[in-house]
Design a protein around this ligand. Structure first.
Ligand code: CP
Length: 308
């Protein structure tokens, strides 16, 4: 039997196919239910050490829509971290004030570190370039809703595959559903080798390309990503790849795509996806961001164990 009660959500690799589908089903129920005060009296600590619009606000909205309350910060400079307090001391203190912690931090492994020192559940809202598991749940939910299935899709991941934590999470989840994956990036931003090796061990058909030309007509989904300027150690290296991909309606018409292609993007976008796409039937990225609320409602309710 599937149970998320009091579990940490650190990496998508900790969940099997049945568990992924359980959350997607619960999210569907959440979307169909106008109001459900199941988290009355519960407190979410929302701790964001990196900028966020979608993840933070959709978690906070989800918590409040389920009747719970939120404490926390979106700027660590106003906390005692600025006086030199460690992350592990901070979360040890904060767990005394809440029932669940949602943490975004620039260091890989930070969510696991927090989970190791507190008893309340910790949800990883993005740790450096490592993982962003709740984004994966909403990406899967969006694919399922717009394609009608998760099984046997051909998916092109485009852009910054080195630093893109949403991709690093999503590929493991899609490996359960027989996906064929095309990784399209400049050589300097290829998928991490360990990630590709693990996918191959899972018998996933993976291909690496530098361009969409020649493969675009095979794709059921394009998962576009931003080049993550903030993660480059050397600004010169960023300048070499800045603006390297720019999806537009005209460009896609020229290279050829499936009629029912769907384009996802975790957002924010910078220059990699032209606004000419926004009103096309291919674009589902704004729906994708909106799906953050029912999916995160499902995750909060499941982890806090109120639906069992
Ligand atoms: N998709 C995503 O993580 O967006 P934010 O950085 O705005 O939370």
């Amino acid at each position: 039997m599937v149970s998320f009660k009091q579990r940490d959500i650190i990496s998508i690799r900790h969940f099997n196919k049945e568990e992924l589908l359980y959350i997607l089903d619960l999210a569907k129920q959440m979307e169909q239910t106008a109001r459900m005060d199941v988290l009355g009296g519960k407190v979410l600590a929302s701790l964001f050490f990196e900028p966020s619009t979608r993840t933070r606000l959709s978690f906070e909205s989800a918590m409040k829509r389920l009747g719970g309350t939120v404490i926390g910060f979106a700027e660590s400079g106003i906390t005692s971290i600025a006086k030199g307090e460690s992350l592990s001391d901070s979360v040890r203190i904060i767990e005394g004030y809440c029932d669940i912690i949602v943490l975004r931090h620039y260091l890989e492994g930070s969510a696991q570190l927090a989970a190791d020192v507190v008893d309340v559940p910790v949800i990883n809202a993005g740790d450096g370039a490592n993982q962003h598991p709740t984004q994966t749940f909403l990406d899967l939910y969006t694919i399922l809703k717009t394609k009608g299935t998760l099984e046997g899709l051909t998916i092109g991941f485009l852009g910054d595959l080195k630093y893109g934590r949403t991709v690093h999470s999503l590929v493991y989840a899609l490996s359960y559903f027989g996906a064929e994956m095309f990784f399209i990036s400049p050589p300097s931003l290829r998928m991490p080798r360990d990630c590709v090796e693990e996918l191959k061990d899972r018998k996933v058909k993976c291909h690496e390309n530098e361009s969409l030309f020649g493969i675009s007509k095979k794709l059921d989904v394009i998962y576009c990503t931003r080049i993550q300027k903030e993660r480059f150690a050397d600004p010169v290296e960023f300048e070499k790849v800045r603006g390297i991909y720019r999806l537009s309606k005209t460009m896609l018409e020229e290279i050829g795509i499936k009629d029912d292609l769907k384009i996802l993007h975790p957002l924010p976008r910078v220059d990699e996806m032209d606004e000419s796409l926004d009103k096309t039937e291919f674009a589902v990225y704004f729906h994708q961001a909106r799906n953050g609320v029912p999916v995160r409602k499902a995750i909060l309710a499941a982890v806090l164990g109120v639906l069992e």
